[in-house]
Design a protein around this ligand. Structure first.
Ligand SMILES: Nc1ncnc2c1ncn2[C@@H]1O[C@H](COP(=O)(O)OP(=O)(O)O)[C@@H](O)[C@H]1O
Ligand SMILES: [Mg+2]
Length: 243
């Protein structure tokens, strides 16, 4: 089977993963995995630790190549990790403009810093930021290049619960301004329900189940449908007996 990471020259914002295989030695981590993501869709990827979620994101980001199958992604992609990965010797503004070209780079960075609520922090050093602020800078850095696909690998896992809820509000606000597809990995079923258009659960190297989430915002917090979806996701994750 041929392997390919195709970057379409025409505008194509969706993602198509077909029969993708990734092995490390004898271990088959991705085993003929299929996944499509529509334009502007926010898909949450759930799965137990070590099942291959980061491996899939790295393939979509172009940081790794499949051993088989096809990965079709839009040209402009950005990835956000659990740790902020900011350059400690550059101020916030320079961390956001990193890799940007053109005379308007600074202004674009200031605009996106304002969107993430950090207008006043452009001159701060990374070590002066709280964990939540540092992740906001990471989001700003991801969005400043107007990506068509944003990959987020457990972006809020290291944050406290209240900060995490603020980040959820921010992701919702950013979605209305930036028209990117998003694939967000999390361990947190409640985070998944709060944010997703669709939740996919990985098992045995593939996407096992997929749940479209049509709940209106209020019902994502307290509703029977929400509890039913939560129970199904815990079952998909093999965690049902613990709850
Ligand atoms: N570069 C690599 N070399 C060898 N094994 C790897 C490499 N990257 C990931 N793996 C292995 O692949 C499996 C899936 O890893 P990963 O995608 O990081 O899981 P997840 O993000 O779901 O926790 C793990 O067993 C991990 O040890
Ligand atoms: Mg991972």
């Amino acid at each position: 089977m041929s392997s390919a990471v195709a970057t379409e020259p025409r505008r194509q914002t969706g993602v198509a993963v077909e029969q993708v295989v990734r092995r490390f030695g004898d271990r088959v981590v991705l085993d003929h995995l299929d996944l499509t993501i529509a334009d502007e869709e926010l898909v949450i990827l759930l799965g137990p630790s070590g099942c291959g979620k980061s491996t899939l994101l790295r393939l979509l980001a172009g940081l790794d190549r499949p051993d088989g199958g096809r990965v079709e992604v839009p040209a402009r992609r950005a990835i956000v990790f659990q740790s902020d990965r900011l350059l400690p010797w550059q101020r916030v503004l320079r961390n956001v403009t990193l890799g940007l070209h053109g005379p308007d780079a600074d202004q674009r960075a200031r605009d996106v810093l304002a969107e993430v609520g950090l207008s006043g922090r452009a001159k701060a050093w990374p070590k002066e930021l709280s964990g939540g602020e540092a992740q906001r800078v990471s989001l700003a850095r991801a969005l400043v290049s107007e990506p068509e696909l944003v990959l987020l690998d457990e972006p809020f896992a290291a944050l406290d619960a209240i900060t995490r809820l603020r980040m959820h509000d921010l992701v919702r606000a950013l979605r209305t301004r930036h028209h990117a597809a998003m694939l967000l990995v999390t361990h947190d079923v409640d985070e998944a329900i709060a944010l997703a258009d669709r939740i996919v659960v990985m098992s045995n190297g593939r996407i096992g189940t997929s749940h479209d989430v049509h709940l209106p915002a209020a019902d994502r917090e307290v509703s029977v449908a929400r509890e039913e979806l939560r129970a199904r996701l815990l079952e998909d994750l093999g965690l049902a007996s613990q709850h």
